[in-house]
Structure formats: C-alpha cells, structure tokens
Design a protein around this ligand. Structure first.
Ligand SMILES: [Zn+2]
Length: 214
C-alpha cells in the first residue's frame, strides 16, 4: 500500500473499458489510500490484461492532481494537468465519505465517479456535451426533416417512418418533398453516428476547464 509520500504505485481499474470511457471512483481511491495528502501514483485501465489507458495522480490536502496525455482520434498528443477538488460529508455512523467535485466549468457537482474523455467530468456534463454537439451536427437536419413531415401530414420524428401522399397533393410536389425529407434524414443519421462515437466528447469542456490556482 502506498503510504505518505511513498507513491509510484500503480493501481488498476476493475471494469473493462469496452466503451472507451475511462472512469475514476473516489470511493475506490479512498479505499486504496490514494487520497492521503502526499500520495502519488498512477491508475491504469486494463482490457484482457492489456493496458488501454493510464493517468498519474498525486494527492494534496483538499484535491488530487491528475496528469495524463490524450489525443482525439489520430490527432496530436496533448498533456493535461489539473486538480480535482475533494469534498467530505459526514456518515450517519461516524466518519466521513469523500466526493469528487466535477472540474468542468460551472459544474462543481459532488459525485463519486468521474468519466474520462478529454477531461474527467461528471455524467451530467458528459450528457450535456453530447446533447449540444448532437444538436449542432444533426439537429438542424432533424428539424428540417420534421418541417417537411408536417407539410406531408406525417407524424413528426424521423424514426416514425414514411406516411402516404396526402390526397390533395400533386405527385410531383410529393416526390420533391420526400426526396428532400430523405436527404435531411440521412444527414441527421450521419450527425448522430459521428456523435455516438463519443471520441473527443468533452473537447469543448476541456477548453473551459477551471484551472484554479495552487
Ligand atoms: Zn459536471
């Protein structure tokens, strides 16, 4: 076990990271003695016994400093180093339990688990980044497709499939609208597929990260 200042011990995440998302659990780190001020070491994620990712960390009085490199896709490697502040709440039976405070700007939520991407952030921040980027990429196409569906008298939502030609509409108009509709649907799917890869998910949050003074 790593005692005060006796670091450089590598610890291992137990979950396999089939989804490419690395997470860190403050309870696990507390159990491993990793939150004691002065501790330093590393954390590795393994899949089939092979290391797929790693970070270094050191603990200070009220925070842990993460140090790691990351890249998006085949892009350049970038070094990251930033603190994640800790909080403690009393337990009902005495003692206290630790929490991470999400380091994404404007968040600071008290959470047990942070999820890696470009930076480590809480689940909610991941979802926010996911939702807003999906709106950028595929959202406009989806809305345009819905607008055409309205004209056609079809149920809104591209997942609801195509409807019939309205009785009053000319075939030529109908064909033209359907063709445009299908083009927007395709764009919308491409946008969603890109976002679903989750890679670089938190890039925008990474730029916003709050680098508090030591
Ligand atoms: Zn957050």
């Amino acid at each position: 076990m790593g005692g005060r200042g006796s670091g450089n011990h590598w610890r291992y995440g137990t979950r396999s990271t089939t989804d490419e998302i690395r997470s860190i659990d403050v309870r696990r780190w507390a159990r491993e003695g990793m939150l004691r001020p002065g501790y330093w070491g590393g954390w590795r994620w393994l899949r089939d016994g092979q290391q797929v990712a790693s970070i270094r960390m050191r603990a200070e009085a009220d925070r842990v400093i993460l140090t790691y490199r990351h890249r998006t896709g085949e892009g350049e490697w970038k070094d990251e180093e930033y603190p994640i502040f800790l909080d403690h709440t009393p337990c009902r039976l005495g003692g206290s339990r630790p929490w991470f405070l999400c380091p994404a700007r404007g968040c600071g939520r008290r959470v047990a688990i942070l999820y890696g991407g470009t930076i480590f952030a809480c689940r909610r921040c991941h979802h926010l980044a996911y939702d807003s980027s999906r709106e950028d990429a595929g959202g406009r196409a989806t809305r345009r497709a819905d607008h055409i569906r309205m004209k056609l008298g079809w149920q809104p939502g591209i997942l609801n499939g195509d409807g019939p030609k309205p009785k009053w509409m000319r075939w030529r108009t109908f064909d033209r609208l359907v063709e445009r509709h299908d083009r927007y649907v395709h764009r919308s799917w491409v946008g969603m597929a890109v976002k679903l890869r989750m890679t670089g998910l938190l890039q925008q949050l990474g730029g916003d990260i709050e680098r508090k003074k030591r």
